[in-house]
Ligand binder design. Sequence first.
Ligand code: CA
Length: 753
Amino acid sequence: MKPKQTILALLMLGQTAFAQQKDLVSYVNTLQGTNSKHELTRGNTYPTTALPFGMHTWTPQTGKNGDGWKYQYFLDKIRGFQQAHQCSSWTRDYAVFSLMPMSELVVDENKREAKFSHENEIAKPNYYKVKFDNQITTEISPSERGAHLRFSYPSGKASYLVLDGYTRTSGVKIDVKRNRITGYVSNGGGFHKEWKSYFVVQFDQPIKGYGTWENKGNTTKAGATEAEGDGMGAYIEFKPGVKVQVKTASSYISPEQAELNLERELGADKNLEQTKAKAAKVWNESLGRIQVEGGSKEDMETFYSCFFRASLFSRKFYELDKNGKAYYFSPYDGKVHEGYMFTDTGFWDTFRAQFPLNTLIQPEMHGRYMQAMIDAWKQCGWLPSWSFPSEGGSMIGNHAISLFADAWAKGLHTFNPKEALEAYLHEATNKGPWGPANGRDGWREYYQLGYVPYPKYREATAKTLEYAYDDFCGYELARLTGDQYYMDIFKRQMYNYKNVYDPGTRFMRAKDSDGNWGKNFDPVEWGGPFTEGNAWHWQWSVFQDTKGLINLMGGDKNFTSKLDSVFSVPNTVKVGTYGGMIHEMTEMVMANMGQYAHGNQPIQHMVYLYNYAGEPWKAQARAREVMYKLYNATENGYPGDEDQGQTSSWYVLSALGFYSVTPGTGEYVFGSPMFKKITLNLENGKKFVIEANNNSRENVYIQDAALNGQNYTRNFITHADIVKGGVLKLNMSREPNTQRGLAETDKPFSLTK
Ligand code: CA
């Protein structure tokens, strides 16, 4: 963009932002889902204080250094305020350091913690505030790569601040003259060995006393200004009863870049209020991309709290040089490259809804993301599957191809499809070193036998199902780009789901290398051939060919009665190979919806499948039931792990009235919208409005529909129709319309016609 155009674009952006400046951020509760523990998850989230997709986030810390459960709602002591990047409690964190204010110098993290209560806490995306019982107040407002903090000490008491270097090697340098601490941390897994996160911490009050310390033996060195080693930190003292404002920013590239990030993002802010107001504006613009009206305050809070959390992952991993050009330190090859990079997501979770939501709401960023995946493949040798911030290979499947196919199907042509297909073929015909989803576990047998055999491979049936979907995505990307070579390769496998369907029991099942079905089959038994679920949950993972699955299962009636059965059979659990209750099992039992386990990913698209088999009204009722029953904006607000925006994105899309059952097709399948009016303010300047007349908690059924004034009988809408702008008008009713949307042409995409 030329400078003149940039100014014009900024002015236009300013105008839309102004026009949309509703205080949506006030609906968000960042404590949603924080009442979680190892045995039972209500989200496994932390009160993230950050900008949308921001590189660094800030949070209070109740857990020990290195503990994944960094903030648990039921605890009443805080031991620090952290720079954080956690994807999930199960994966710990990286590039963390923390600041802790106190009136008496205590460096030991187990002894310095201070009591607080939730009445003295405010938790918003743009502002976190807590007043300890000891009267010290902490406030935080975020920037993209830093934060503005303010510590207010009670008058007459000493004012100390401890910087904790967290785990592994860190370095600190206190500059007394300039009232600042600079340094680096290097904690986190899977990094290139050269990796460091450089920070700068600038105070607006003079440093009166200082020293360094280390967090293994908690020994201090008064008067020292520099330290480097395992868990090194610093402490400083201000004059008693002070209010000190702290600006901090970090960089993965260099100490100089950290300074630049600080200057660019926070330099002009005279006080925390300015940073807070700027952050509110950014969030209101971001959340304002979807405006909902005509619901209860509670529904608004749930919606915007979920939309907030859907707008955190994947994080920006790039920085802007002095000319404003994007560049990044690659966590893959340890070199600095030009361009964009993103991280912190597990595709097994997020290919389903979080990325499809981004294609709709954040297409420019998503387009950059596609090129970043190609770059990651070139630097790493493998496509990302679990980025944190380098490649983790956790869970199963090769879902990068789902993102590529979905982007291309939706007109986001920001990458070379030949490179994507080449990278995917490599992924699908090799096994990488870092976990089951780095390359393809069991790929040889998958091609030779048409399925992954069990017990030779763990979670083999789940793998067969997801590989077949991924191969469909490879086929589809090749088809859309006219590439016969790759079409021929991937076409052969995309029906492989049929090879693990047992017509005898009418379930997907384990099959051994000789073709025998597993013994002592029980559909409520978890694990074994399945990933974090059982045969009831994995039955439906044929995203690419629901019609083919319906045929296998004996037609529409058999199919829909099995969908019904998911909710009507008892919520019994057999722990199987897990050997004990895992939290996903407990969450399914607690939901009390039979075998419906919305707290985990495999079944999250299931309610929408009624649309494919002539009973769309059941999808409408079930989608609303799940939204009402399993989500709210409180600390108990999720039915299980939130998982990098996925479980939130399920809610956001479902609340719009549709869901991305088959990423790679550009279709969204109908459920029932939560609000009377929803406006999508699209990046291209167009608006798409969903009007649901007569909508209420009881009136959840679609009586009839019209798209741009034309009667609309389909049970899905295309991405192309949405981004053109327009109006989808629904008339809602208390009784289902059992005649609408029954024609074959009304059904969403399936490979089988
Ligand atoms: Ca999960």
